[in-house]
Design a protein around this ligand. Structure first.
Ligand code: 5GP
Ligand code: MN
Length: 316
């Protein structure tokens, strides 16, 4: 794909949008591009659509201007960031059909290439890393750099996951040169939790179970427990990673109830098991080491279904 500046020629109004339950990479890439436009292409009228963005990212530029519900508008261009498939487009889904042009900028192996232009780099740490490569470095301002740095840090687990490459570090270095307050960003975007977030994590770990010869750990949260602590899905971030931090565990599964007998599933793997394969089988997707899906049934049913393929892969 050409640099974004070339694609923007002739565009007078555009929408930028991310996926359902937007994470740091999704919010960071959307607001990073938004800021880049404000800095360099003020003649373009741009709107950002994100579903209910989390307050911990409120330091990002343009956060208060995010639209959380869709408007009946025809855009010359719609850019989807970090969105691997059409079903995962959040509030902005209705805009696609009416858009002059659609572009997807992503890093998921499971990307279904649903736009006219699909720029997918499956080896990149984050959508923010991919987006950085499409921007003119000298035109990136400090606020824009903060947004991109946020996405890289959150999606790479603070440069820990195997998707972190020397190139990721070079991009991060270039953003650091712009003066981003990296200590504060890492704290705010990744490590800091509210008291109830810590409580629900503690409880989930305490009640977790080990399966498949202690190589698989399962944690789950029921709706009634979520109500008791007053937590919502966005408070569950990081629980699956903490489960995965158990010595000897190959796969961590975390479920939380999103409806009657309906669970959101998050999986993490050390690499031996391809959890994207498991999630794809149940209509979800993601990466080899981090994937998710939504499943129906009781906790028992869901875990049983998931562990069938995990067990098979552990034996391969
Ligand atoms: P998480 O467990 O953090 O929610 O997601 C891990 C990875 O799996 C992310 O890259 C995310 O895009 C992907 N993922 C999670 N849930 C779903 C889902 O329901 N469908 C698809 N296609 N991907 C998902
Ligand atoms: Mn991402």
């Amino acid at each position: 794909m050409k640099k974004i500046d070339e694609i923007l020629n002739g565009v007078s109004c555009m929408a930028i949008a991310g996926h359902v339950r937007p994470d740091g990479d999704c919010i960071g890439s959307c607001l990073g591009l938004y800021q880049y436009l404000r800095d360099n292409r003020p003649e373009i009228q741009a709107d950002v659509y994100l579903e209910d963005p989390r307050p911990e990212f409120s330091y990002l530029p343009g956060f208060s201007e995010v639209k959380t519900s869709c408007e009946e508008k025809e855009y010359d261009l719609v850019v989807l960031l970090d969105v691997s498939s059409e079903e995962r487009i959040g509030v902005a889904a209705p805009l696609l059909a009416k858009a002059g042009k659609t572009i997807c900028i992503d890093h998921h192996v499971t990307n279904t290439e649903y736009c006219e232009i699909n720029h997918v780099e499956p080896d990149a740490s984050s959508a923010c890393e991919v987006l950085f490569g499409l921007l003119e470095e000298e035109k990136i301002s400090e606020p824009c750099a903060e947004a991109l740095y946020t996405g890289i840090v959150t999606d790479s687990g603070v440069f820990q996951y195997s998707s972190t490459s020397p190139h990721t570090m070079r991009v991060a270095a270039a953003l650091m040169e712009k003066g981003v307050p990296f200590t504060r960003i890492i704290e705010d975007a990744f490590f800091k939790k509210t008291y109830v977030q810590n409580q629900i994590m503690g409880r989930t770990i305490m009640e977790s179970i080990m399966l498949l010869d202690q190589r698989c750990i399962v944690g789950y949260v029921r709706k009634k427990d979520m109500d008791f602590y007053g937590v919502t899905p966005k408070d569950m971030d990081g629980i699956v990673n903490q489960l995965q931090n158990t010595r000897g565990v190959e796969v961590a599964i975390f479920l939380y109830e999103i409806g009657v007998q309906e669970y959101k599933v998050s999986m993490r793997s050390n690499g031996k098991v391809d959890v994207a394969r498991v999630a794809s089988y149940f209509g979800g997707g993601g990466h080899v080491k981090a994937a998710g899906c939504t499943m129906q049934g009781s906790v028992f049913d869901v875990v049983n279904s998931l562990t069938l393929d995990i067990e098979r892969q552990l034996q391969e």
